[in-house]
Design a protein around this ligand. Sequence first.
Ligand SMILES: [Zn+2]
Length: 193
Amino acid sequence: MSRSALFQTPLSERARIVYLRDFLTWLYDDRSSEEELAEQLWRWFGGFPRGPLRGKWRAEIDKHLSTTRDWPWRTFQAELRAALEGLYDGIRNTEVRASQPIRFTLKTWPSKGKRQHFSLQPVLPRRRDQRDWAPVFLFDFLSDLNNLTLGAMERCARPTCRHLFIRLRAKRRLYCSKRCRNLAVLEGLTRNE
Ligand SMILES: [Zn+2]
């Protein structure tokens, strides 16, 4: 997603859904290297476009990459995944809380029409420790999930997958991917969807 789409005020529901989907794609990515995972997450967080980056944008990503090079990225990804799945599974349990409190600021943000909007933003941690950053990434994701219908995010119906996925269209989907849908048919779980 491009930064301009991310900072439209108010953010369109479509833009939020694409942003949510991109995070879940990252969360379940088991093919990319740790370096690639780092680059992708910082790009997502900053709302950078896909493809090659130049100038200021490249420099900003490189700054994040150099200070978080020693993070255990694969483990960090698994921890974020467990945290989000735990929140989702406990959604009807009012006792479930984010494990770490998040500090935030309420600011104002001008739109193109010069109208001012409320803007809730997390206070970024000073320390470059991934444990401090985990709640920030989750907060970002959950802020965009806020107020969407429950059907917008579901777990894949294939028992051996169970990945969380975002529905881009109104039509109900049982599986996170075509691959899972096809495997489910082979496994006799469903005839069609
Ligand atoms: Zn699946």
